[in-house]
Design a protein around this ligand. Structure first.
Ligand code: ADP
Length: 266
């Protein structure tokens, strides 16, 4: 089943220049999709439109079979949890526990259930020891764990990560990537991750490559690898491409392999 369907989406911040130009793609329920591309190619704009923060100029977004409209936006937002780039911008609570509680209070979860839910999700992100700590005093990776626990607590069906590891050191990145994979495997949630992380991209089910407001490639990591020359032409720079190839080879996939081509949605 399709969890997200984006059709002919066009968007402009200033009413003049389109930063998204006729963007269409579909995301399967339970899949792990990465969206990659240059800075400024329109990736975050897609995330903002998916959660209804802004209105498209034209085109449609359908989430879980519901078309995004002014009326349905709150129902759709309930289905989506989003973790942003800068963990410092997402804290509201004085302690980690307060922070996880914040979303739950907004969802009118009864007080007696609250503590149990907080403990459960703190444990899932391996932050049980820090429930009484001040979020601002944590490391970058720990802050993102808390942000992830806060969105998981409201039981979304879709998790969006908008460059959630880009401000972290290599260890923090690796920890958060492992956590995302673990959540995906354990919950079967639909995951959409905007990323510059080649390892994450190589390990995802589905890659959407954006360039200048358009989807230029869309398929499995193996398919994208087959079109290596186009990646180079797109100037997703040579180191990027080489790193991607190396990553795929470490995953046992090489250009020489007979790769089963899957249907591209374009
Ligand atoms: P990405 O996430 O791929 O880096 P964005 O979606 O953030 O790209 O940006 C796409 C384009 O829209 C860029 O040209 C960027 O400068 C522009 N843009 C992003 N946010 C705003 C904004 N709030 N106001 C005006 N222009 C914006």
């Amino acid at each position: 089943m399709k969890k997200i369907e984006v059709e002919h989406l066009t968007f402009s911040y200033d009413g003049e220049q389109d930063v998204l130009k006729d963007v269409s793609f579909q995301i399967e329920e339970g899949s792990y999709t990465t969206i990659v591309g240059h800075n400024g190619s329109g990736k975050s704009t897609i995330a903002k439109l998916l959660i209804g923060l802004m209105e498209a100029k034209s085109g449609t977004i359908t989430v879980d079979g519901i078309k995004l409209t002014e009326k349905s936006v709150y129902d759709i937002r309930d289905k989506i949890g989003i973790v942003f780039q800068n963990p410092d911008n997402q804290f509201i609570g004085a302690t980690v526990a307060d922070d996880i509680a914040f979303g739950l209070e907004n969802h009118q979860v009864p007080q007696e259930q609250m503590q149990r839910i907080i403990e459960r999700f703190a444990q899932q992100v391996n932050m049980s020891k820090y429930l009484n700590s001040e979020p601002t005093k944590l490391s970058g990776g720990q802050k993102q764990r808390v942000a992830i626990a806060s969105v998981l607590a409201i039981a979304p069906q879709i998790l969006i990560f908008d460059e959630s590891t880009s401000m972290l050191d290599p260890q923090g990145k690796a920890e958060i990537n492992a956590l995302i994979r673990q959540i995906h495997q354990a919950s079967g949630m639909t995951i959409v991750s905007i990323t510059h992380d080649i390892e994450e991209m190589a390990n995802s089910d589905h890659v959407i490559v954006m360039s200048e407001g358009q989807v230029v490639m869309n398929g499995t990591p193996e398919m994208i690898l087959k079109r290596e020359q186009e990646l180079v032409e797109l100037q997703l720079d040579v180191p990027f491409t080489l790193k991607f190839i190396r990553e795929m080879e470490q995953n046992g996939i090489s250009l020489k392999d007979e790769i089963k081509m899957e249907k591209v949605v374009e």
